[in-house]
Design a protein around this ligand. Structure first.
Ligand SMILES: Nc1ncnc2c1ncn2[C@@H]1O[C@H](COP(=O)(O)OP(=O)(O)O)[C@@H](O)[C@H]1O
Ligand SMILES: O=C(O)C1=C[C@@H](OP(=O)(O)O)[C@@H](O)[C@H](O)C1
Ligand SMILES: [Mg+2]
Length: 179
């Protein structure tokens, strides 16, 4: 696995992509890039604002462009947004280079939903727009599952793990040495 150039974390909202990604990058001595932050840098507004003012289709266009940019980077851990793998072009971009390794973080929907609600309450931030309607969010969870599986090199169940332990599992699964 010494030819790994970038590690992409995928999975539903709340699976820990952003949290685990930052910790993993620090552990490896790699750069960290969060796709959601790259989108916000492009639009100059928050994701909630973009959904509200421009709609999801526009958000997905910006997301695809930002993902293309991030996939040029090396020695970088990339946290996707949960919806990126819904788009076929994004799945193709993720599969285009063997040096891109995709790890999918999983947990049951109820746990993911609760993690996200707790996070927004704690941080005082808006609930993710795609979680506004719980039933619709759960339908998306099941609709996305095959797309996550299609892009995964590794799948990690995180329900019984904390973020630090998840990092250790990712490193072990990918056969990567710490710096
Ligand atoms: N393995 C885990 N166990 C418990 N809570 C977690 C775990 N991973 C992440 N969290 C928490 O869930 C929330 C959402 O994590 P985040 O990294 O933003 O997820 P994502 O980027 O996949 O949407 C955060 O409050 C984070 O601390
Ligand atoms: O699943 C989704 O459609 C989304 C997930 C979010 O990222 P996280 O998965 O990091 O929460 C963010 O991209 C946006 O709110 C849409
Ligand atoms: Mg995130």
């Amino acid at each position: 696995m010494k030819d790994v150039k970038r590690i992409v974390l995928a999975g539903f909202m709340g699976s820990g992509k952003s949290t685990v990604g930052a910790l993993l990058a620090a552990e490896l001595g790699w750069a960290f890039a969060d796709l959601d932050h790259a989108i916000e840098a492009r639009t100059g507004e928050t994701i909630s604002q973009t959904f509200a003012t421009r709609g999801e289709a526009y958000f997905r266009e910006v997301e695809s462009a930002a993902l293309g940019d991030l996939l040029e980077r090396e020695q970088t851990v990339i946290a996707l947004g949960g919806g990126a793998p819904e788009i076929a072009a994004n799945r193709n971009a993720l599969a285009a280079d063997e040096a891109t390794r995709v790890v999918v973080l999983e947990a049951p929907f109820t746990e993911l939903y609760e993690r996200c609600i707790a996070q927004s309450l704690q941080a005082g931030t808006a609930v993710r727009p795609v979680l506004a309607n719980k039933d619709e969010a759960e339908a998306r969870f099941y609709r996305r599952a095959p797309h996550y599986r299609a892009i995964a090199h590794e799948v990690l169940e995180t329900a019984s793990l904390d973020p630090t332990t998840t990092v250790a599992h990712v490193i072990e699964r990918l056969g990567l040495a710490k710096r």
